[in-house]
Design a binder for this molecule. Sequence first.
Ligand code: ZN
Length: 292
Amino acid sequence: MTASIFDLIKKRTVLLDGGMGTELIKHGFPPGACPETWNVEKPDIVKKIHKSYYDAGSDAVLTNSFGGNAIKLSLEGLENRCHELNHAAASRAREVKPQGCFVGGSMGPTGKFLKPQGPFTEEEFERAFLEQAGGLSDGQVDFLLIETQYDLREALCALRGARKATTLPIFVTMTFNRGPRGFFTMMGNSAAQCVEKLEAEGVPAVGANCTLNSEDMADLVKIMRENTALPLIAQANAGKPDLSAAGEVSYSQGLENYIRFIPSIIRNGTNLVGGCCGTNPEYIQKMAALIK
Ligand SMILES: [Zn+2]
């Protein structure tokens, strides 16, 4: 009988992984291509990135399937490979998973909008996520993470779709901007509204990722903690991306400054902590030193 991720959450802060996109680019991934195809075409690179996070101290890594829903894949004409690419994403992470560690199936947003802002119905969104969740579940991930959601309605479609495909635990993280009135998603959902609604829907762990740097994330965690007793997830970006004249992306916050706010992120109530855009295994190693 293997321990579940919930046993670990009860014991201590769980360490997730950092950015995938930036690591793929470091390994030669061409801009504009579809990252999910590398689960099949460049399996060794995807495995190497996952392994570098486990080696740095991650208890769980997230699969290379952020854009793996059929709606997003259809931009590249890959919608018919949805199950295959997600199954492969799960396999690549599982192949390097150490004993006692976990694999989370990453499910990012469609990038589109529901009616009336966009052309899609809730049923269409639900179907796209159902198919992705089926591929990840067949590839034997340990849990699903519906992440970087900018619309609570879409997150709920993803949740319904994924639940039709699998009985695995399904976590949800939303992405928030900080404004004068507080933290809101692009579609105007407040942090309190998101965690309360997701808790009411029976989601076992909720939180936030991307967009915010670690300093703002620490403040957001405090607000989420005031509005739910659930395990909280926080994965901050390393600041804002800057594009150099040579076309290279760097992130504004920097390693030392990023790490400085990790103790507040944890103290303010985070149970699962990791990085997002601009973070790499070095960030995770520093976080591991704080946690373990
Ligand atoms: Zn991010």
